[in-house]
Design a protein around this ligand. Structure first.
Ligand code: NAD
Ligand code: TYD
Length: 354
């Protein structure tokens, strides 16, 4: 049995669905079901006894303690977080609560449970914390990509909250000996991503005939990682990672935002030509920049490749085609997750950006 947090969100749900395609070990899936957590994503598992869903806030210490006692997991894979930078700029409090306090509560619950295990179980236990490359701050054009020794320099409330959580995980290993692992990955994309993030936002707005907002000059660079590759990397680190270490995970796919949006438009022109007869790229609109917008992220993934033998299977070109095709085939999922409150967010956010 493993305990996953945030398994109704984008990466967590992909991880849980993948987990059951690869093996049969049960999962207890802890999720608060915020706007970003969608039970419908997990519908394929509704009749699967190996999947136990626990509708719990990771800040709830008593609920977490009861869950550890009942299910006795051999590992924790911690995805639960507030994850959207623009929301952290508008309202950082929730990010401190879930990402910092929530991670602390989870560490405390894990430590109390782990302390009571016998020596063999203690040695085998793992706490795998999923983090981001944004903790390293922003790169200049000629800087080498982030590696595991890059100093932390978080710039947004989101990345500051993730950096704080990374430090707590590190401290729990150093101080208490809790067998932790941390992964810092680059921007993910793929099926089931909430359509507030650049790639699903561009796909869904394009086919609805809406403007495609590109912040600033569109030259900010992100390093894209297909979510299926990320899930494989997480399984690898869980199985073979060296306790106490951190691993950077990336897809070697640095792209400017404008190139990403243009590529999406080109794939859509091919797979779902616009009914107007025009090109989707005509919908691109440059809008006011994000405050404190990090210029460039890039990951050096050579440590995990060299030491653990993981490599991404997708290039950006293959991954983005799969992703666009998935959103075209799953309009019902998008409708289901974009509630009234999300529409309100879109209206206020993009009204203010312009
Ligand atoms: P997401 O926003 O899609 O999902 C987050 C999930 O956590 C949701 O299911 C939500 O309901 C749940 N959650 C939020 N607060 C909770 C709480 N207090 N208690 C229990 N559950 C709660 O996020 P994602 O994109 O899947 O990201 C997963 C993890 O990966 C996060 O830790 C994020 O920081 C990290 N990460 C994401 C990316 C990316 O590109 N998406 C890149 C690097 C790192
Ligand atoms: P996002 O998907 O929010 O991820 P992150 O901020 O964690 O990197 O944004 C990816 C990039 O796309 C980032 O440089 C901001 C930019 N962006 C836009 O240009 N327009 C948008 O509407 C959004 C949501 C993001």
């Amino acid at each position: 049995m493993i305990l996953v947090t945030g398994g109704a969100g984008f990466i967590g749900a992909n991880f849980v669905l993948d987990w059951f395609r690869q093996g049969s070990e049960p999962v207890v899936n802890v999720d608060k079901l915020t706007y970003a957590g969608n039970a419908t994503t997990l519908a394929p598992l509704s009749a699967d006894e190996r999947h136990i869903f626990a509708h719990i806030d990771i800040c709830d210490a008593a609920a977490l303690a009861a869950l550890f006692a009942r299910h006795r997991p051999r590992a924790v894979v911690h995805f639960a977080a507030e994850s959207h930078v623009d929301r952290s700029i508008r309202g950082p409090g929730e990010f401190v609560q879930t990402n910092v306090v929530g991670t602390f509560m989870l560490l405390e619950a894990a430590r109390a449970y782990w302390n009571e295990l016998d020596a063999g179980e203690k040695a085998a236990f793992r706490f795998l914390h999923i983090s981001t490359d944004e903790v390293f701050g922003s790169l200049e054009p000629d800087d080498p990509p982030f590696n595991e020794r890059t100093a932390y320099a978080p710039n947004s409330p989101y990345s500051a909250s993730k950096a704080a959580s990374d430090h707590f995980v590190r401290a729990y290993h150093h101080t208490y000996g809790l067998p932790t692992l941390t992964t810092n990955c680059s921007n993910n994309y793929g099926p089931y991503q909430f359509p507030e993030k650049l790639i699903p936002l561009s796909i869904t707005r394009a086919i609805q005939g809406e403007k495609l907002p590109v912040y600033g000059d569109g030259k900010n660079v992100r390093d894209w990682l297909y979510v299926g590759d990320h899930c494989a990397a997480i399984r690898t680190v869980l199985e073979r990672g060296v306790v106490g270490r951190t691993y950077n995970i990336g897809g070697w796919n640095e792209k400017t935002n404008i190139d990403v949006v243009r590529t999406i438009c080109d794939v859509l022109d091919e797979l779902r030509p616009a009914t107007s007869g025009g090109c989707y790229a005509e919908q691109i609109e440059f809008v006011k920049d994000r405050p404190g917008h990090d210029r460039r992220y890039a990951i050096d993934a050579s440590l995990i490749e060299r030491e653990l033998g993981w490599r991404p299977a997708e290039t950006f070109e293959t991954g983005i085609r799969k992703t666009v095709a998935w959103y075209l085939d799953n309009a019902g999922w998008v409708d289901g997750v974009t509630s009234g409150s999300y529409r309100d967010w879109l209206d206020t956010h993009y009204a203010r950006s312009n």
